[in-house]
Design a protein. Structure first.
Length: 73
């Protein structure tokens, strides 16, 4: 089995008993109205932007000028 991982959540207490590590994959085609991770629906690789961590280094612009030069300025 292969897939694209877009997030890891360590020490998760949700969705069942006990403590676990949850692995989130991209490519869910169900399109549930209540989906908590809509960014997981597309199969294509995407760059995630965490604005609160931005230090204006410009790396995102170098990787994807078309998308991030507009968003990160």
């Amino acid at each position: 089995m292969t897939g694209t991982i877009f997030d890891l959540q360590r020490f998760s207490l949700h969705d069942g008993p006990g403590v676990r590590t949850t692995v989130f994959f991209k490519g869910c085609s169900l399109r549930c109205v209540w989906c908590h991770n809509p960014e997981s629906q597309k199969k294509e690789k995407e760059m995630m932007v965490f604005r609160h961590k931005c230090v204006s280094c410009g790396r995102c612009e170098a990787l994807c000028k078309k998308t991030f030069s507009k968003e990160c300025t």
